[in-house]
Design a protein around this ligand. Structure first.
Ligand code: FMN
Length: 406
């Protein structure tokens, strides 16, 4: 196949893959993504930074060939692997097979991870790097910064010093698949919404580390050298401070006057309660997002929880327990640790029952374990009457008022 490389600076090309068709990735829903790989041409050496998902090698190779032809080069001399995960390393065996002399630069932890993923690379020349290590390509220098647990133990960032391009792999990424490569070429709302979803699902539990990493990069004197951020998914940031600022806000737990309601229902009573609570919130001028778990899924929901000051969870009781879909989102929240963003979110729970009930209380306890401050639980018998719906409205108003005071 034929595919064009995109020159992003003199001697630097995007050679990634457009995956138009992917709809789910480790439980994260998406409508396509890109696997971004980059070729850097120094005077002496050509370096490939990251690669792409298994099975996408044809497209990757077509772009690499195009870039090599444009720069009148024959081969890749060096490979940098910022992260082990398959969407960035899947093409490594094939690339390495073409250029077996090329050493693979990565962190110490990545060496083991890559060998475990790809036993055929057991004899490859791996070069372990640490923060502060540099690689001279001839008039272009790569500086490495370990990024332990951002987002895997093996992760690292690579900075192309002369051009101020940061290749942070998954950090600052977005699951978007556009033919355009830059931030300013697509609608800002789409870009930031995708970046927020990416942060919520992949970075939230690492929020404290994000802030520490920014400080470390600042202390190394590198932060103001970054002129462009070229992540491994989605658009390239030509305005680095925009996404760095957004990451700082999310990591510090800056939230909007916004409440996310999440519920499920069997006979629509809990749904009626959710709608009445929403009306109460709206009456106070606070924003609402509504998710019905029968239709909506966790990776989209947590995007809105990230910048909400409060959540409201609704569930009927079934066999003495909450409706099972609640378990999915609650377990996910337990892992995501929104409490690590440095902001205690408020919560309420509500629901309908026909016997002993108890589901809202169970969810309230789970939310407390996740670090939420639960301020109300409201349970009703079967179908909510007018008085009970009024109470839901008032509960919504009360929560909204608290949110405005935060
Ligand atoms: C299969 C099933 C199991 C139920 N189990 C319980 C139960 O263990 N305890 C209880 O209080 N109500 C139970 N109920 C009653 C529901 O909680 C009640 O119908 C409630 O109004 C449903 O709310 P919804 O309309 O939001 O689905 C059960 C209902 C169904 C259909």
């Amino acid at each position: 196949m034929k595919a064009k490389a995109v020159k992003i600076k003199d001697g630097v090309y995007w050679v990634g893959v457009l995956d138009w068709d992917i709809r789910i990735y480790h439980g994260y829903t998406l409508k396509g993504t890109t696997y971004n790989a980059y070729l850097v041409f120094g005077e002496d050496k050509t370096c490939l930074i990251d690669n792409t998902y298994p099975g996408t090698e044809t497209q990757l190779w077509a772009r690499i060939k195009d870039a090599l032809e444009k720069e009148k080069r024959e081969k890749i001399d060096v490979i940098v692997q910022n992260h082990v995960e398959r969407d960035h390393s899947g093409a490594l065996p094939q690339i390495h097979k073409k250029f077996p002399e090329a050493p693979i630069y990565c962190t110490e932890i990545a060496v083991d991870g890559l060998k475990k993923h790809y036993p055929q690379l057991k004899n490859a020349d791996f070069i372990e790097v640490k923060t502060g290590d540099k690689l001279d390509l001839g008039n272009k220098t790569l500086a490495f910064v370990e990024a332990f647990l951002l987002h895997w133990p093996d992760s690292m960032f690579t900075l192309l010093v002369e051009d101020g391009i940061l290749f942070p792999n998954d950090a600052f990424g977005q699951h978007l698949c556009y033919p355009q490569r830059y931030d300013y070429e697509i609608p800002e709302y789409v870009l930031m919404d995708a970046a927020q979803k990416f942060y919520a699902n992949l970075i939230t539990p690492l929020s404290k580390r994000v802030l520490k990493k920014f400080k470390e990069i600042e202390d190394l004197g590198l932060l103001n050298k970054i002129k462009m951020i070229a992540p491994s998914h989605g658009q390239i940031w030509t305005d680095p401070m925009k996404i760095i600022g957004a990451y700082k806000d999310w990591a510090e737990g800056k939230c909007k006057n916004k409440i996310t309601i999440i519920y499920d229902t069997m006979h629509y009573s809990t749904q009626k309660m959710a709608h009445a609570i929403a009306e109460g919130i709206i009456s106070e001028g606070v924003d609402v997002r509504m998710y019905y778990l029968h239709e909506d899924e966790r990776s989209e929901i947590v995007k809105d929880i990230l910048d909400s000051k409060a959540v409201a969870f609704g569930t009927p009781t079934i066999y003495d327990k909450p409706y099972p879909t609640l378990g999915d989102i609650i377990y996910y929240l337990k892992g995501l640790r929104f409490d690590r963003t440095g902001f205690k979110k408020l919560a309420i729970t509500f629901g309908s029952m026909g016997g002993e009930g108890g589901a809202p209380e169970i969810i309230a306890n789970e939310l407390k374990e996740c670090g939420f401050e639960v301020i109300d639980e409201y349970e009703i018998f079967y179908i909510p009457d007018e008085k009970e719906l009024e109470k839901c409205y008032e509960i919504g108003r009360k929560l909204a008022k608290k949110v405005k005071e935060m």
